[in-house]
Design a protein around this ligand. Sequence first.
Ligand SMILES: NC(=O)C1=CN([C@@H]2O[C@H](COP(=O)(O)OP(=O)(O)OC[C@H]3O[C@@H](n4cnc5c(N)ncnc54)[C@H](OP(=O)(O)O)[C@@H]3O)[C@@H](O)[C@H]2O)C=CC1
Ligand SMILES: CC(C)=CCC[C@@H](C)[C@H]1CC=C2C3=C(CC[C@@]21C)[C@@]1(C)CC[C@H](O)C(C)(C)[C@@H]1CC3
Length: 421
Amino acid sequence: MKPNKHKASHSAEREFGGALGATCIPVFLPLTVLYLLSVCRSPAASVLQWPPPLPPATHLWDPWAAVLIAGWIALQSFLYLLPIGKVSEGLVLRDGSRLKYPINGFHALSITAVLLIICILLGMPLGHLFELILPLAICAIGVSYLLSMYLYIRSFWAHQHALSLGGNTGNPLYDFFMGRELNPRIGNFDLKYFCELRPGLIGWVVINLGMLMKEVELRDSPSLAMLLINGFQLLYVTDALWNEEAVLTTMDIVHDGFGFMLAFGDLAWVPFTYSLQAMFLVVHPQSLSTLGAVGIVLLNGIGYYIFRRSNSQKNQFRRDPKHKSVAHLETIATATGKRLLVSGWWGFVRHPNYLGDLLMALAWSLPCGISHILPYFYVIYFTILLIHREARDEKQCRAKYGVAWDTYCRRVPYRIIPYVY
Ligand SMILES: NC(=O)C1=CN([C@@H]2O[C@H](COP(=O)(O)OP(=O)(O)OC[C@H]3O[C@@H](n4cnc5c(N)ncnc54)[C@H](OP(=O)(O)O)[C@@H]3O)[C@@H](O)[C@H]2O)C=CC1
Ligand SMILES: CC(C)=CCC[C@@H](C)[C@H]1CC=C2C3=C(CC[C@@]21C)[C@@]1(C)CC[C@H](O)C(C)(C)[C@@H]1CC3
């Protein structure tokens, strides 16, 4: 079959530093993952160490890592395809159609947990993930490159209306990075939706568990700090999969194409950098007072409460504005027919869900103490990501809602942190 001739949207505004950013980021970010993992396992764990603690080449490759990554993706694909749970429709696409998505992520997590428990009881050395972490990361990075190349090539056979508006500029490197096709599918298997929530997110908590088991191997029992980090992050991942349907309305699914940025972010960045705190604790044990632990649990609880309540309020409002939990909230009309909330959580700041997420991010780093900056990498990166994401969302909302958005911004002047930002 001949590839389709597409009209490139040369006028689309370029994000992430345009073509230069799209050329540098796919080189820089994978190296950052390997650098952070190497530093994290070194005794000094200092990001300022020079020369950096680079591992010998023999530590970078292990055929077992390739087998594990392939097996993991195969297992998660199998669980995704299981005919359990409900099927939901996504938002209306440009051609007026709506795609169907399986909502069985929580089932996948539960079945994975049972399989892991069985494997551990049978004596599988999960703590060995600690030794295998660099080869695993290299394989995951390799998979994200291969997947992005496949996505880029196949996009030339997609219909014009199936392409994302931002990733179809005609510049190959930029389009490879941003992703040309919006919802690439093999049959009913939606590649972007699968990658967003399954292999990387569930892989993240499995790596955390591996670090906990390594701690048990080394010191006979897990530390309080390790238990807190495992517990907090498991709650976050479970919440994401329990509320899987809500992902169908996020920017990533609705607006962004599926290219290197999301493929690498989902498959390599999330599992291998979001688990840095647990990995740090294996080599750098911390003692945590009960009072400190209570304070951190409280911080995570407050963050989670804000994150969940605000996300649920918006999702409920978008699904059914007349529902009794949201019908009383004050709103403003927009020319599109959709309304914007100006009271409740969304009248507090314009992104209350980001605020909650940031408080949780801080609670995930604090159990690692304050002697090193490395465990705070997630908070720092996440703050930058959310500020950038907020600006992207703001631009899209202003284009969508025009003056109504300006009225909303006047009514709710702060973006994420009241009276600060
Ligand atoms: N852990 C991680 O690495 C990451 C986590 N996240 C989390 O993912 C979650 C989703 O975030 P994200 O996808 O960025 O976007 P949001 O869930 O914040 O959604 C933004 C959209 O909500 C709608 N909206 C905005 N203001 C209002 C209002 N006042 N009333 C009604 N609707 C409104 C608009 O869409 P419309 O009007 O079209 O419905 C807007 O485009 C967040 O909790 C975030 O913290 C995000 C990125 C990374
Ligand atoms: C540095 C780099 C390559 C960044 C790419 C960004 C991605 C890592 C993130 C973009 C949006 C994400 C979301 C989640 C994970 C990180 C990425 C993929 C998310 C699945 C985490 C769990 C949440 O509950 C969520 C479902 C709301 C969230 C959705 C967005």
